[in-house]
Design a protein around this ligand. Structure first.
Ligand code: F0G
Length: 464
């Protein structure tokens, strides 16, 4: 085990540490969340982010090919020969002027970071490669997660591709996207369908992992978040190391925002960037715990002592009223975000805000992103819908530079996409109308034509 990395409680007043090999992923003293921490003073840290560019010339080396491990000096917890990569992180940060116009930003001010290009189709692979590497370091044989689709697909693909572990996935009944279930099954995961939703499945998988000593890969695992830090490094790389004004990210379990906040805190501390960008987290209105707690109830990091009484009272009220998370954006249909304290810390460090957007806003934003050439799933489009809100509110200025994170690929939740564009009122109503979506502003309807050459030619001349 490398000497200069360990795990540390995120709460400064506790500060207990745990061995790098510990897999409980809870502070041994106070039960809080853990960070992977480094003794930076004794590690070879680059003097400038530009130094990473040297790795571009050496892409046949698997570590340099990976969009995660080419930044290994900034997540130095693993010896090189134990790193497991399947080529994750080959993703794109694309300037998106038509989408900028939609959200009210000037040309050249909006970029979309497209994480759907990862091997399993979502940002999760950034974290999974890091968690797998840690699992290999500790000799784990079985790994588990709860999932609405992307984490399970990612876990299953890493297990299948590396043959290192057996994957066990917990899903809520009827709460997994079909395409993602297909990946888990195809890649040979043991799939357990629990009567309940994601919040129930996550609670159970933590209990079971503790009891059976199974390696847990949900984002409560701090090694996953080490990998996810690199999404921000690639954004900076694409912007030629200039820090944007804003990063906007959908919020579910709040792993990404926590990882991004940690990345920017470390980069600032190491003198590699002059200042962090501001962070905006976007909840779906049907799963808005973080928005409510942060913006309505004023809960803050408060030096590591967030108001636990207020948080517990809010969650109890949710339970008492039987209110379950409910949004078409399945990946962020989460009412009990496990990384809440870390996310509060990230917003404090980066001057953050939280917003909520309706399914209607999400689907309209998704259609605009799709028309601009990037296919994302509904949860991902929450970031663009959030940008629109923040520009309208004047929180983001029209010439600020903004990066929205598109967390997952279009092929998740395709039913919602087809129902959005359909000309069949029954299909629309069944999937969207019933769930509160009233209009489709940007539908691209299929054209019905008879099986007749002249009619087909006529239709093409008319519409294209
Ligand atoms: N976007 C996508 C595409 C996701 O799959 C998820 C989480 C999120 C956003 C939320 O990210 O937790 O970092 O705030 N998906 C989990 C899953 C629930 O099971 O795949 P977060």
């Amino acid at each position: 085990m490398p000497e200069f990395a360990f795990q540390r409680c995120i709460h400064p007043h506790c500060g207990a540490t745990a061995d790098l090999a510990d897999t409980a992923f809870r502070c041994p003293r106070c039960g809080g969340l853990l960070d992977v921490a480094y003794d930076w003073g004794r590690l070879p840290v680059p003097k400038s982010l530009k130094e990473f560019e040297a790795k571009w010339a050496d892409r046949t080396h698997p570590l340099n090919f990976s969009g995660v491990w080419r930044f290994c000096e900034l997540l130095p917890f693993a010896p090189d020969d134990l790193v497991l990569s399947i080529g994750e992180g080959q993703t794109l940060c694309q300037r998106a002027d038509p989408v900028a116009a939609y959200v009210g930003l000037k040309p050249g001010r909006l970029y979309l970071q497209y994480e759907g290009m990862n091997p399993s189709g979502s940002f999760k692979d950034n974290g999974m490669t890091a968690a797998f590497t840690h699992a290999r370091m500790v000799g784990a044989r079985r790994a588990a997660c709860a999932s609405t689709g992307n984490t399970s697909a990612s876990l299953a693909i890493y297990c299948a591709a590396t043959g290192l572990m057996r994957s066990i996935i917990f899903i809520g009944s009827g709460k997994i996207a079909y395409g993602k279930l297909a990946q888990a099954l195809d890649h040979g995961a043991l799939t357990l369908q629990i009567a309940g939703d994601f919040d129930d499945a996550l609670r159970r998988v933590q209990e079971v992992s503790r009891q059976l000593g199974i390696y847990l890969v949900n984002s409560v695992n701090p090694f996953r978040l080490e990998g996810q830090k690199t999404i921000m490094l690639r954004v900076l790389e694409a912007l030629r190391w200039d820090v944007p004004d804003w990063i906007i990210v959908p919020g579910g379990n709040l792993g990404n925002v926590s990882a991004f906040g940690k990345a920017f805190a470390e980069l600032t501390e190491l003198g590699l960037i002059p200042r962090p960008p501001r962070l905006a987290v976007v909840n779906a209105a049907g799963a808005d715990t973080f928005f409510q707690l942060y913006e309505k109830y004023g809960v803050r990091w408060n030096g590591g002592r967030p108001d636990d009484v207020k948080i517990a009272a809010y969650l109890k009220a949710l339970d008492d009223s039987g209110r379950r998370a409910d949004t078409l954006a399945s990946a962020i249909e989460i009412n009990r975000p496990v990384n809440l304290p870390k996310a509060l810390r990230a917003l404090e460090r980066c001057g953050g805000v939280v917003r909520e957007v309706t399914d209607q806003e999400i689907l309209d934003a998704k259609a605009k992103v799709g028309a601009g050439g990037l296919g994302c799933e509904p949860a991902s489009a929450a970031s663009v819908a959030g940008a629109l809100r923040l520009v309208r509110e004047g929180v983001i200025g029209a010439d600020e530079r903004v990066v929205c994170i598109l967390t997952g690929h279009q092929l998740k939740d395709p039913t919602a996409t087809v129902a959005y564009h359909t000309s069949d009122p029954k299909t629309f109503d069944e999937y969207l109308g019933k769930r509160g979506v009233k209009r489709v502003a940007f539908a691209n309807r299929a054209v019905q034509v008879p099986n007749d050459l002249d009619e087909i030619v006529k239709a093409i001349e008319l519409y294209a």
